[in-house]
Write a new protein. Structure first.
Length: 261
């Protein structure tokens, strides 16, 4: 089983949509997939997968108040299951917990991944991570075999994300029992010309930073262009038409899958 965390330095990078699209794509391949909403500050998976009843959120498992199967909900899509985050007002409790508490959460998270594979038959876990370098975000990354950094080509965000490498990613490669982490960047919402080509100046910028990330051990995962239809749907539609949105970026998600698996 592979655990993949989608991360970003800041919000607004399309991290959640990438998480959902990746999980949906794996499930269409016939794999049993668990998608976890680990973004406790800005949860949004219920806009893609409306809740039925009042499901227990994933932190109930972390706090040892529920078994893993009790925080996992079916979706209307075959092979795709979801575990929701609590509302942001309750999620703040998780974010602000002390180091010792997060140590216990990390142990539970590791145990949960084992249960998901050994007892529940999941082939993939995809985690929509919290942005930045909060302790929950670090816990999710620590348990992952792969991470994908969603990155928009905005100077401040790119430079700040690059600074995360020494702060988090290089250290996390040594976490675990000898396993080697694999980390990737995915350029998202890249501006394009009317003919869908990338302006040479933008291409040079992406090439420069892609090489810098690669030199620091972060591999290239792909490039998703800015798509007006997708961005408009994410802004204007309360309930997301997941298949329609994923269809718009499917070829780019397929490229990402080939690189990370």
């Amino acid at each position: 089983m592979t655990t993949i965390t989608i991360h970003s330095f800041k919000g607004g990078t399309g991290k959640s949509l990438i998480s959902v699209a990746l999980a949906h794509s794996f499930s269409k391949d016939g794999e049993k997939v668990l998608l976890i909403d680990g973004d406790y500050g800005a949860p949004c998976l219920d806009s893609f997968f409306p809740k039925k009843g009042n499901p227990k959120p994933f932190p109930s498992f972390l706090k040892a108040k529920a078994k893993l199967k009790e925080v996992v909900s079916e979706t209307i899509f075959p092979n795709l299951y979801v575990s929701y985050a609590p509302p942001p007002s309750f999620g703040e409790e998780i974010i602000r917990a002390d180091v010792a508490t997060h140590g216990r959460y990390l142990k539970r998270l590791i145990e949960g991944i084992e249960v998901a594979h050994d007892k529940m038959g999941f082939d993939k876990i995809v985690i929509d991570n919290s942005s930045g370098i909060s302790l929950p975000a670090i816990n999710h990354l620590s348990c992952s075999d792969r991470s994908v950094i969603a990155l928009r080509p905005v100077r401040y965000g790119v430079e700040s994300t690059y600074n995360l490498i020494d702060t988090i990613y290089k250290k996390l490669r040594y976490v675990g029992s000898g396993s080697v982490r694999q980390d990737f960047i995915l350029w998202n919402q890249v501006p394009v010309n009317r003919d869908s080509s990338i302006d040479p100046r933008v291409g040079d910028y992406l090439g420069h930073w892609t090489k810098k990330f690669a030199d620091s051990g972060i591999s290239y995962g792909g490039t998703i262009p800015y798509m007006t239809e997708v961005v408009t749907a994410m802004i204007a539609d309360i309930s997301q038409d997941l298949p329609a949105i994923v269809h718009q970026i499917q070829s780019h998600i397929d490229e990402l899958k080939k690189k990370i698996i």
